[in-house]
Design a protein around this ligand. Structure first.
Ligand SMILES: [Zn+2]
Length: 244
């Protein structure tokens, strides 16, 4: 990675020059939450950072250090989870964006690899739009996720969408941080579907024992590398096409 992408490694004279020149500043949100028996609590931070840095390199953007905590309401009963409230996250995002605006950032990208952060990112973007007239806020979370898996991943997603700690995330982790993966502990799990999860709040611990949705046992570093590369290129293409 070129060192030019790291926002907090700049001196202030560099920041003064580089921030207004960069296509965007990427504000990454991660999480500290369970990822099955075999992946660390930091999985979303490792992967979110890898994706954000890759995108920054291909779009002439800057990337902030990842905000390690997210909204993990669904998984917070598993040991280790740290959950921020939606309101806390929204306020952090709004404050960070206002700071970036002060430093003349052209575009601001809220990025996460953790689904639970998406509502806060959108709420913050709307608040910045309504209250501060900022239409330069963007949000990304694995765009076209299942299409990106085609031809790389082999096992089905849980009910066509669920991927938590399954083949994709595990493959990406094997590519990024193999030393943190415990593949001897990996098991496939497709928790039984309960229709009520669509209609009321149900923590995952009520219907998912392992905290996995999918099959991590067939994950490989090669698949992870291919997937990460494809996802970075996809996001970079969108950004380069849509942002001035
Ligand atoms: Zn994850």
């Amino acid at each position: 990675m070129s060192k030019d992408i790291y926002y907090d490694k700049m001196t202030w004279p560099e920041a003064e020059k580089r921030i207004p020149e960069a296509k965007a500043v990427i504000v990454s949100l991660g999480s500290v939450e369970e990822h099955g028996y075999h992946l660390p609590l930091s999985t979303d931070n490792v992967l979110g950072n890898a994706l954000a840095c890759g995108v920054a390199e291909r779009t002439n953007s800057l990337v902030l250090p990842i905000m390690p905590f997210g909204q993990v309401w669904s998984t917070r009963n598993f040991p280790g989870g740290i959950s921020l409230s939606e309101e806390t996250l929204v306020r952090v995002l709004v404050d960070v964006a206002l700071s970036l605006q002060r430093h003349k950032a052209r575009n601001i990208i809220f990025h996460t690899g953790h689904n639970g952060n998406q509502p806060a990112m959108k709420t913050a973007a709307r608040r910045l739009y309504d209250e501060y007239g900022m239409s330069n806020i963007w949000y990304f979370c694995y765009p076209d996720f299942s299409k990106m898996s085609e031809g790389i991943m082999e096992t089905p997603l849980w009910r066509g969408t669920g991927m938590h700690a399954g083949e994709v995330e595990t493959s990406m982790m094997l590519a990024e941080a193999p030393e943190l993966c415990h593949m001897d502990q990996a098991v496939a799990d497709y928790p039984e579907y309960h229709e009520e999860i669509n209609y009321r709040c149900v923590p995952w611990t009520e219907y998912a024992k392992v905290g996995i949705f999918g099959d991590p046992t067939v994950a490989t570093a090669e698949k992870g590398k291919a997937y990460t590369e494809r996802m970075i290129n996809h996001m970079a293409e969108i950004i380069n096409r849509l942002m001035d």
